[in-house]
Design a protein around this ligand. Structure first.
Ligand code: KIV
Ligand code: ZN
Length: 504
């Protein structure tokens, strides 16, 4: 079996597309989970792109050991200097530098001739090598490049010292057999290819990123790049969890082995969804809520006789344990702790007391508390202590007028105000704005139910945009959807450094 290195770019290619900037703590939380998942390389950001990205890469590089931390650059010396500085304290640093190699990138974007691109590629790798031994070169838009030119660029980059060479399908244009052929072409025609690992990096514009990455692995690539849940630019990147489970489930077919702990896949997916605010569709392969559900009678009958009739992956393999006990208001602390442990959460002492109190509040409102409720409960970030929701009431007159009365505790003071609008959620947010002095605009608001049924928990997500362009995401859950919405709104505000509650 060849070793397959797993390169996660959720924090760079994934985050760059969201229109949001994750803060350092959020990035750290995801990075720690990626370590538990067992990825080999974490691309933590593009340090020259913003001071915030620089600090995130620097913090992750300083605090996370035992894993390669990578930063992206253009083939520009200043970018490389900034990236090397951000990675200075990393145990295993890697610079990922490169340049566009397709005709449209060279002629229209870079205004460079092919020879100039060759020169810039080699110079960038050589420059990065001044700082560290591990340098990855990317040939942007490689799939639409002339294959012989691509071979020359890759050979030059390896000659200059690249240890990994990335052949991206930047615009998701390839068919699986074509991408596989391109990787074979590189493997068979680049004379010094034995001195580097070939990496695949695919985008999902035609829905083929996973298939293309697998074709590339089959053709000889030793590294796969992607993001958790496939988040990324436009239609997204390769979903790492899909590639990893394909390689795991069909091991013989690919001849490669990764060092991934598959049992962490479900937890990683949930965390990334919660922090980025990007929901995972129910039907999503591997990590969707319905991925292991059997709805039709024929399938249910088959699964009850033998799971293998309709299941190719055991849910436990990705960290979704079989449920044997039903949790309700009569369940004790021990039963809750046991189930949380099965779901991958370690909670003890005061933290357990706190979760148990919240669990009982929830169980009072619902007959049965499901795993999805527990995930929501565990992911429900507490609102900043300086502002908390005490009471809210909404009244509606007709179909287009609502009044909200809200009581908040702001830095120890209890304050009440009311506002009206053309709907209850708008009225609620207006009342909170009056009380807090919030000036951010509402960019997006979604509400979904965590489980099915009339008692289900409502899970609200709010995106607020601040005057400096920063977007923050807040989450809130409650069996009362307006309370969930208010909590999500306050949670988003509490995450912004620009939010200073009014002192009335
Ligand atoms: O898709 C792409 O080409 C990239 C490179 C910058 C690696 O993300
Ligand atoms: Zn990309």
């Amino acid at each position: 079996m060849r070793r397959l290195y797993v390169f996660d770019t959720t924090l760079r290619d994934g985050e760059q597309s969201l229109g949001i900037t994750l803060n350092v703590q959020e990035k750290m939380e995801i990075a720690h989970q990626l370590v538990r998942l067992g990825v080999d390389i974490i691309e933590a950001g593009f340090p020259a792109s913003s001071p915030g990205d620089f600090v995130s890469v620097q913090t992750i590089a300083r605090d996370l050991k035992g894993v390669t931390i990578c930063g992206l650059t253009r083939a520009v010396e200043q970018d490389i200097d900034t990236c090397a500085e951000a990675l200075r304290e990393a145990e295993y640093p890697r610079i990922h530098t490169g340049i566009g190699v397709s005709p449209v990138h060279m002629e229209k974007k870079l205004l460079l001739s092919p020879d100039q691109v060759l020169e810039r590629a080699a110079a960038a790798v050589k420059y990065a090598k001044k700082y560290m031994s591990d340098v990855e070169f990317y040939a942007e838009d490689a799939f639409r490049a002339d294959p012989d030119f691509l071979v020359r660029v890759i050979a030059k980059a390896i000659e200059a010292g690249a240890t990994v060479v990335n052949i991206p399908d930047t615009v998701g244009y390839a068919n699986p057999w074509e991408y596989g052929e391109l990787i074979s072409y590189v493997v068979n025609h680049v004379p010094n290819i034995d001195q580097a690992i070939v990496s695949v990096h695919c985008h999902n514009d035609l829905g083929m990123a996973t298939a293309n990455s697998l074709a590339g692995i089959k053709a000889g690539a030793g590294q796969v790049e992607g993001t958790i849940n496939g988040i990324g630019e436009r239609a997204g990147n390769t979903s790492l969890e899909e590639v990893l489970m394909a390689v795991y489930t069909r091991r013989g077919g690919y001849g490669v082995e990764s060092r991934i702990h598959t049992k962490e896949i479900s937890a990683t997916s949930r965390l990334v969804s919660r922090i980025t605010g990007v929901p995972v569709p129910d039907h999503k392969a591997i990590v969707g809520a319905n991925a292991f559900m059997h709805a039709s009678g024929i399938h249910q009958d088959g699964v009850l006789k033998d799971r293998e009739t309709y299941e190719i992956i055991k849910p436990e393999t990705i960290g979704v344990p079989e449920n044997t006990i039903s949790l309700s208001a009569r369940s004790g602390r021990h039963a809750l702790k046991h189930r949380l442990e099965e779901l991958g959460y370690e909670v003890e002492g005061e933290a357990l007391d706190h979760v148990y109190r919240r669990f009982l509040e929830l169980a009072d409102q619902k007959k049965e508390v499901f795993d999805q409720d527990l995930y929501a409960l565990m992911g429900d970030t507490a609102v900043d202590e300086t502002v908390s929701l005490k009471r809210l009431s909404i009244s509606t007159t007709g179909i287009d007028m609502a009044t909200a009365t809200v009581t908040l505790e702001i830095e120890g003071k209890t304050l009440t105000d009311a506002a009206f609008a053309n709907g209850p959620v708008n009225a609620l947010f207006n009342a909170i704005d009056r009380l807090t002095g919030n000036e951010a605009t509402l960019d997006d608001y979604t509400l979904k139910s965590v489980t099915r049924g009339s008692e289900a928990l409502g899970d609200a997500t709010v995106k607020l945009r601040y005057s400096d362009g920063a977007v923050v995401i807040g989450k809130g859950i409650s069996t009362d959807i307006l309370e969930a919405s208010a909590k999500a709104y306050l949670n988003a505000m509490s995450k912004s450094s620009l939010f200073k509650p009014l002192h009335k």
